[in-house]
Design a binder for this molecule. Structure first.
Ligand SMILES: C[S@@+](CC[C@H](N)C(=O)[O-])C[C@H]1O[C@@H](n2cnc3c(N)ncnc32)[C@H](O)[C@@H]1O
Length: 243
């Protein structure tokens, strides 16, 4: 360990700032530096959730993705660009820790559940003391706000990113009970088709900006558009096999 300064991987919950944990709130007030990821020209999802909650005296570090959807994830250029970006992000975080200051890298939902935080975590573990503070996941926030019982009795919950190729998507959701589809964006039509084929369209609920003031919720079958925003998911409740 080079430094005793702490890195916190801070989950900030699904969107409603009241769904932050007491621990996350305490650390946000205490750390001298808060870092967050953001798409180019955008405020950053976790940072948005925290609007007004980060003290003015706190230094903020913006980690801006070089690309988001401009290049397909399967393109080798995507992996190379993002690998460099996470290396540089980890070194920027390391420089703060080396100066003896604690830093919280904030992440929407839970940091270890599809969170970009993990890429920095993997690069710095063993070099610095790290504490991960769990957050309420987006899916948990969305199904709670919708009052949607998800998994009954022996139901199996499947979680898939909508970015999967259509054959793999179809294979993963065949025979599933309860299902969550994350990362919709331009994959909405492909996902809708796969759900229809699997006989799940009738039970599917679309949620955008779940738990936020701007939340939109509607049955997927009533959706017209071919694209969804980044901050959206689909929930399919289980079959209710419990007694
Ligand atoms: C990179 S993953 C981050 C997941 C996050 N760490 C979590 O615990 O939920 C981003 C995806 O999470 C989903 N998501 C997270 N929070 C959401 C919310 N409040 N409403 C809708 N979708 C959400 C969306 O599908 C989005 O594309």
């Amino acid at each position: 360990m080079m430094s005793s300064a702490m890195l916190y991987g801070l989950g900030v919950g699904p969107g409603d700032p009241e769904l932050l944990t007491v621990k996350a709130m305490r650390l946000l007030q205490a750390v001298p530096v808060v870092a967050f990821f953001a798409a180019r020209g955008r405020p950053g999802v976790a940072c948005n959730i925290l609007a007004g909650l980060i003290p003015e005296s706190t230094e903020q570090m913006r980690l801006e993705y070089p690309v988001t959807t401009e290049i397909p994830v399967s393109d080798p250029r995507y992996g190379a660009l993002m690998g460099d970006f996470y290396n540089q992000s980890a070194e920027r975080v390391a420089a703060v820790l080396d100066s003896g200051r604690d830093l919280a890298l904030v992440c929407e939902g839970d940091p270890l559940f599809y969170g970009s935080y993990m890429h920095v975590h993997r690069r710095l573990e063993g070099r610095y003391p790290i504490e991960v503070v769990p957050g309420i996941t987006g899916m948990s926030g969305c199904w709670s706000r919708a009052g949607l019982p998800m998994t009954y009795g022996d139901d199996v919950l499947t979680v898939v990113p909508g970015t999967l190729p259509k054959e793999e998507l179809a294979a993963r959701i065949a025979n599933c009970d309860a299902l969550v589809v994350m990362k919709l964006g331009r994959n909405l039509q492909k996902v809708r088709h796969a759900l229809d084929e699997a006989g799940l369209l009738e039970r599917a609920l679309y949620v955008e900006s779940g738990t936020c003031e701007a939340e939109i919720r509607r049955p997927l079958r009533a959706m017209q558009g071919v694209k969804a925003p980044y901050f959206s998911m689909i929930l399919v409740p289980g079959r209710g096999r419990a007694p």
